[in-house]
Write a protein of this length. Sequence first.
Length: 354
Amino acid sequence: MYSRLYFVKFRTPYHVGWREIRSIIDHTTILRALIYISSIIGLEGFIKYIKKGNLRATALLPLVKTDETYRLLTIFPRLPSKVKVTKLGVKWITLSGLKTLLDHTTKCIKDEGISFIREKTDSSLKITCFNRELTHEKDQLELSILKKKTDKSPTSIVDSMNGKTKFVEEEPIFKDIFSYRNRIDRITGSADPFILLGYLPENFLWLYFKSNEDRFKTVFELLKLLGEMGLGAYRSRGWGRFYLIEDLDVDQGDLEVLEKYSEWNINSYNALLGSMLFTEEIIDFNKSYIYLSRIEGRSGPSNNEYILPTINVADVGSIVFLKYRPKYVVTEITTSYPYKPIIIFNPVVIGGVS
């Protein structure tokens, strides 16, 4: 299995989502965009390669800078908590911290326990494995809360206690963008003001692929083209443009998690770095902690707009307990054109102990 880590910096805002815009660009959008670019330049073979499930991807997720390295972040899982959500203030977790958390929660559930967020301080987050009756503790995990380098105040980022990182330069910032535009009706000449809404990340973002073959030269060239054309909606207005960063000094612990543990594990918790279809035969919903999301809306060029199917998915940041190993899923969309657009679910995950 081949893999490659890329780094992205957005030059212009992006807009993804329909009823509600999303700050996190999912792997389904990335794979659809690669297929779109491939169709423009005639790479039919690479389109078939993606459609056969040979290329897995993560969502675009943030990095944060420390004194020495960059840390790879993902969304903190939605665990049961004795601390009110409004007071928890935890949103992100490093990959090293995520792996530690997954191992703890998997061990807890196999011991007939339930993991709870028990306590939060300025420096740590304590997670306890209770028995099913919630009468006594079976095991406890303590994760560190990273602090800002400038004023030493706690951030929304969690890490493993044995990590070397103590301070970060800034938290992930997805800046809300409101762009006011105006168009003129060509018949009446009247003005038609409107607003474009989107996000502009101030941090670098990371994107990770796994492939059955070494096709990353093609992936890199397609991503460069995509950066010039734009990702998401409003590309004709210059939105969604980015450039690739060749190399960043990333924490070795986070890299090791990606390289060694980015596979599905059955009878274990798996953290989604890209969305996943709900499949009752595969997911044990009684044991999983899921961020629910929905794919819907309209897509396609103005001369061939089509309606996306409404699909409920487990979103990035969910941790799912698997009964069987999932396979990639390709959903075809019928349009008036001979070709059929697709949505492909083939995410990279981090697996806990099996």
